[in-house]
Design a protein around this ligand. Structure first.
Ligand SMILES: CC(C)(COP(=O)(O)OP(=O)(O)OC[C@H]1O[C@@H](n2cnc3c(N)ncnc32)[C@H](O)[C@@H]1OP(=O)(O)O)[C@@H](O)C(=O)NCCC(=O)NCCS
Length: 307
């Protein structure tokens, strides 16, 4: 990633943290909803907003004005420094966009020495093209950009195998349980799982894992010609955007490899996920797995053009 851009984004994020700490210091317990609001995406934010004045001051001297806007907040940190940010997917506050960085640079001219205002647009475009900044949750209404390295994804490594298989087994038995019989679930994900077949299978695929701290929260695998083979999220992290993050990494990668279409064979459960990302059902088939029949949807979408 362009070092000047990274420095400016990090400085912006640090100021957002400072402004948010100031806001919490003065608004105290009113913000607990937001801190707990991770599963509801923006729900916690709106609950908090409904209990706090839409604008006001964060101190008795009137030095720190604040006001809400949409899904964001603006806090005056100094007479000529206002930090304006939006709350992103799952309550994240490390997202940014061209407009916010431009405003930040305009009010902090010392950073323009390393990143002149008139080159910001071009530098951001280059970072999108090389994948160092990404917008994984745009399908869920969060159009902000994030530094890719901050999002907890990385290529699968052999040491991940036990954790990956544990996520697979739990995901099938818990998340997919509404859609399949117990016998089908056992055929799909036998317990205890055997690691050796997984090791062999993953060798022929490209795989990416998502992590949260030390936990592996999900994984995806694909072939370079554009087929998504596996996509599983750990039950403890379901509906928090893990699969969206993984899928958007792969979509970008496939676009850069020149794939024309992206295809998958989706489970009954995964169909709405893929529809959310613009896939259409092209057929329905039944596969046999350990003597049990599974209905699945073949789905496809046109790959986006590489940025
Ligand atoms: C399908 C699966 C991978 C989705 O993972 P996830 O991390 O929970 O998905 P995300 O949080 O990124 O969801 C993104 C969007 O997809 C859609 N979606 C995901 N799961 C959905 C569900 N169960 N029902 C309806 N829509 C769903 C929603 O539009 C969701 O956005 P929202 O939460 O803002 O409404 C996960 O449920 C899973 O592992 N299922 C069991 C195994 C399986 O069937 N794998 C697929 C094999 S092909």
């Amino acid at each position: 990633m362009n070092e000047a851009l990274k420095t400016v984004v990090r400085a912006f994020q640090a100021e957002v943290q400072r402004a948010w700490a100031l806001f919490r210091q003065y608004k105290g317990s009113d913000v607990t909803d937001l801190l707990q609001g991770h599963s509801g995406h923006f729900g916690g934010w709106f609950r908090m907003r409904s209990r706090v004045d839409p604008c006001g001051y964060l101190d008795a001297d009137g030095k720190h004005r604040y006001w809400f806007h949409g899904i964001g907040l603006c806090v005056q940190l100094a007479p000529k420094l206002h930090i304006d940010w939006d709350v992103g997917h799952g309550g994240r506050m490390d997202g940014f966009d061209d407009w916010r960085l431009r405003k930040f640079l305009a009010e902090r001219p010392e950073f323009q020495r390393i990143l002149p205002l008139d080159s910001l647009g071009e530098v951001l475009h280059a970072a999108v093209r090389d994948g160092s900044i990404v917008s994984p949750w745009s399908a869920q209404g969060d159009s902000l950009s994030y530094i890719a390295d901050d999002l907890g994804t990385r290529p699968y490594a052999a040491e991940d195998l036990p954790a990956l298989v544990a996520v697979f087994t739990a995901s099938v038995h818990e998340l997919a349980a509404r859609f399949y019989t117990p016998q089908q679930l056992d055929a799909w994900a036998p317990q205890p799982p055997k690691l050796a077949p997984w090791h062999d299978r993953l060798r022929s695929l490209q795989a990416i894992v998502a992590t949260h701290g030390k936990d592996l929260t999900g994984f995806i695998s694909y072939t370079p010609n554009g087929h998504i083979e596996l996509l599983y999220t750990s039950p403890a992290h379901a509906r928090r955007g893990v699969a969206s993050l993984l899928y958007s990494c792969v979509e970008r990668r496939l676009a850069s490899l020149g794939a024309i279409y992206i295809s998958t064979a989706a489970s009954l459960m995964a169909r709405p996920f893929f529809e959310r990302f613009g896939f259409a059902v092209t057929g329905e088939d039944t596969v046999l797995l350990r003597d049990h029949a599974f209905r699945r949807y073949t789905m496809r979408k046109k790959a986006p053009r590489a940025a």
